[in-house]
Design a protein around this ligand. Structure first.
Ligand SMILES: *[C@@H]1O[C@H](CO)[C@@H](O)[C@H](O)[C@H]1NC(C)=O
Ligand SMILES: *[C@@H]1O[C@H](CO)[C@@H](O)[C@H](O)[C@H]1NC(C)=O
Ligand SMILES: *[C@@H]1O[C@H](CO)[C@@H](O)[C@H](O)[C@H]1NC(C)=O
Ligand SMILES: *[C@@H]1O[C@H](CO)[C@@H](O)[C@H](O)[C@H]1NC(C)=O
Length: 396
């Protein structure tokens, strides 16, 4: 019997082409490279093989990836241009295929076929399954149905991608986040959790885990079961939301008003500084001269006309500032007048006293006159000094 087997095997080697792929499946993550080994044997000496790698879809259709002709080399399909490397070694029978940057499109059965002219007997191909691994994307949890007492609801859970296809499992937690078994009458069928006759006790957290051989991901949904009368709750929520939006709008409005006011203030400040400089350059010299020439005329003389000539576009802000300046000047002048009156009074007193005693001191009159002149001179000097001082300060 052993000899019989050897005979058959020997016959096969002698008469046919044999193609083999070591493993029934190969795995690689999406984006990675993979090399699928494939070997052939033949009885033909110096064979000129034609090698074809092709995916085989579920309905048996073949999608060629690359065809190798002994005479002309590999012929790569356009869809795989740049991602394919076929290494053919006729003496060793190696025809391994490397696919780079794997996509889910390659998550399929693939066939290695070797045709050798003048050796058409035997099974000239071998197949394997290429598994492109993709971690499950975070699943989406949804509640389907009305979350009120005595209702039946479904909870759905699905990851958009994942390869191999993820499996789903629900875990229930109480409102205090303590794990609990799913309700007795619930069914959990691959991500669809059905809850029947729900009540306040059904409320809690429901966490769905989507898992495949690479990784897992979860989603978490809060179930709050309400008495049927609580339907108004949604209306109340809408009203509260409207009120909150109103408040926010009002706050924004107030904030904008404040901003504008602050901005105006800062603009006023900026312009004030700039004009103040102009003011000092031109004003005090002219005003000082006038003050000395004719103090009385100053009040009637209207500075605004003078300024309007210099500042055709003079605006209210400037006028305000100028008014303040005029006020200050008037104040100063009043104080000056007061002081001068006091001086005059004192001088008059002095003169009266002097006159009273004049008769009695006729002989000393000259001396008195001298002294009075002295005094007046000193007074005038002092007055001029003081006036000049004040004017200088003004200029500064
Ligand atoms: C895939 O192969 C290409 C070319 O040999 C190489 O540049 C790249 O780094 C490989 N990618 C991975 C994930 O190994
Ligand atoms: C829940 O799912 C089951 C099965 O698909 C369906 O028969 C039932 O109508 C669903 N219930 C709700 C509330 O959607
Ligand atoms: C639903 O549950 C309530 C108690 O929570 C029970 O009285 C009622 O009979 C149940 N209804 C059904 C159809 O099982
Ligand atoms: C589910 O969400 C709730 C509230 O957001 C949280 O307290 C709880 O820890 C979460 N559970 C899990 C398993 O993530």
């Amino acid at each position: 019997m052993l000899g019989c087997c050897f005979f058959i095997a020997g016959l096969g080697v002698a008469l046919a082409t044999v193609v083999t792929i070591p493993q029934s499946s190969y795995e690689a993550a999406r984006g990675d490279n993979i090399t699928l080994p494939c070997k052939f044997t033949t009885t033909v000496a110096s064979p000129k093989p034609i090698v074809t790698w092709a995916f085989v879809t579920a309905d048996g259709e073949e999608q060629t990836v690359v065809t190798y002709y002994a005479d002309s080399g590999p012929d790569v399909e356009a869809a795989y241009a740049g991602r394919i490397n076929l290494r053919v070694s006729v003496p060793t029978g190696d025809v391994a295929l490397t696919i780079m940057k794997l996509t889910l499109q390659e998550n399929n059965k693939i066939r290695c076929k070797v045709q050798i002219p003048k050796d058409t007997s035997g099974k000239g191909y071998a197949s394997t399954t290429l598994v492109v691994l993709v971690a499950p994307s975070p699943p989406v949890c949804r509640i389907v149905g009305t979350t009120e007492y005595f209702e039946n609801i479904n909870m759905t859970c699905a990851s958009e991608e994942g390869s191999p296809a993820p499996t789903y499992k629900w875990q229930s937690y109480t409102v205090n986040n303590v794990p609990r078994p799913n309700p007795l009458k619930a069914t959990d069928v691959n991500g669809l959790l059905s809850l029947y006759n729900i009540s306040i006790d059904t409320s809690g957290f429901f966490v769905c885990t989507s898992q495949n051989k690479i990784r897992s991901a979860t989603c978490n949904v809060t179930l709050a079961v309400m008495p049927p009368s609580m339907k108004l709750g949604s209306v109340g929520a809408a009203l509260i939301a409207a009120a909150v939006i109103g408040l926010i709008l009002a706050a924004i409005g107030i904030y904008c008003c404040c901003c504008r006011k602050r901005k105006e203030q800062s603009e006023e400040y900026t312009m004030g500084v700039a004009e103040g400089e102009d003011y000092h350059d031109k004003e005090p010299v002219e005003n000082g001269d006038r003050q000395i020439e004719s103090r009385g005329k100053q009040v009637e003389q209207s500075p605004p006309e003078h300024h309007d000539r210099d500042y055709d576009d003079g605006h209210s802000d400037y006028d305000e500032r100028r008014d303040r300046y005029d006020d200050r000047r008037d104040d100063q002048r009043d104080r000056y007048d007061d002081r001068r009156d006091r001086y005059d009074d004192r001088r008059d007193d002095q003169r009266d006293r002097y006159d009273d005693r004049r008769d009695r001191y006729d002989d000393r009159r000259d001396r008195y006159d001298d002294r009075r002149d002295d005094q007046r001179d000193r007074y005038d000097d002092r007055r001029d000094d003081r006036r000049n001082d004040r004017r200088d300060r003004y200029d500064d």
